[in-house]
Design a protein around this ligand. Structure first.
Ligand code: SF4
Length: 252
């Protein structure tokens, strides 16, 4: 991993725009830079910016096999309209094969209470394919986390090490707001995930994502069934662990 003094680099990057941070990342890491995309709106802004700065940059998308069809349609529209270099990676087992191997639908259970559960499912279907796709191939991976999301992401840094992949994670949107992302995407007429208009505020697998009601937290729709079955988790934001910065702060 390229040695960087993060104590000085982070303050320098914090005052730059997302475009300037991405330009710095391209200049610093070149072909050893990738982008990770969930096809949510923050990823849309990043994919559009990178299509202008370094269009050959690989964009890593993990297809868990149970995404909303609208998520795959957003991916396909970005490829078609902007020619971005999205590569789709999948888990080794299909959803059905995984169900047969474990004898249960892992996503329906909380592994901390009645394991194995959703954490194992996310590890197998998101984290492991992601790590296999990037480890050893890239020195830095760009992601879409923003401080404004709160929870484990409330103090995310612009750049931090991810020891799982021996590489840096870069968050060019760390210091901008969701409203600024919306404004950028509208200004550039980017593909918009249709579920945002149906009350979804964070979009993951179709099996584990619901809309949120007015007054609920932004992540209330993620693993709602787990929270409802385990009252001690009420009000707690849950994460899949694909982002080390989430995992680092939520693992017990
Ligand atoms: S979000 Fe749900 S279905 Fe998707 S990988 Fe995680 S537990 Fe499995």
């Amino acid at each position: 991993m390229k040695p960087l003094d993060l104590e000085s680099t982070n303050p320098q990057l914090a005052s730059r725009s997302p475009e300037q941070i991405l330009q710095w990342a391209v200049d610093t890491f070149g072909e050893r830079l990738a982008v990770q995309s969930s096809m949510q709106k923050s990823a849309g802004m990043i994919m559009h910016l990178i299509s202008r700065i370094a269009p050959d940059t690989e964009i890593v998308f993990i297809d868990t096999g149970v995404h909303f069809p609208e998520t795959l349609a957003v991916r396909d529209e970005f490829i078609q309209r902007f020619g971005v270099n999205i590569r789709t990676y999948a888990p080794s087992l299909s959803f059905e094969e995984q169900r047969l191997e474990f004898g249960r639908d892992l996503y329906k259970f909380d592994g901390e209470v009645d394991g194995p559960g959703y954490q194992k499912c996310c590890e197998l279907r998101k984290e492991m394919p992601y790590l296999a796709a990037v480890k050893g191939r890239f020195d830095a991976v760009v992601g879409g986390l923003m401080r404004g999301e709160g929870g484990a992401r409330g103090d995310v840094k612009t750049i931090s090490p991810d020891p799982r992949i021996d590489a840096y994670k870069i968050y060019p949107l760390a210091f901008i707001t969701e409203e600024e992302v919306d404004a950028y995407n509208a200004e550039h007429n980017l593909p918009a995930h249709p579920l945002y208009a149906r009350g979804f505020t964070s979009i993951g697998c179709s099996t584990c994502t619901t809309p949120v009601a007015p007054g609920e937290s932004r992540r209330a729709g993620r693993w709602r069934h787990i929270r409802e079955a385990n009252p001690e988790l009420a009000g707690r934001d849950l994460y899949c662990g694909i982002n080390f910065d989430d995992k680092n702060q939520t693992d017990k």
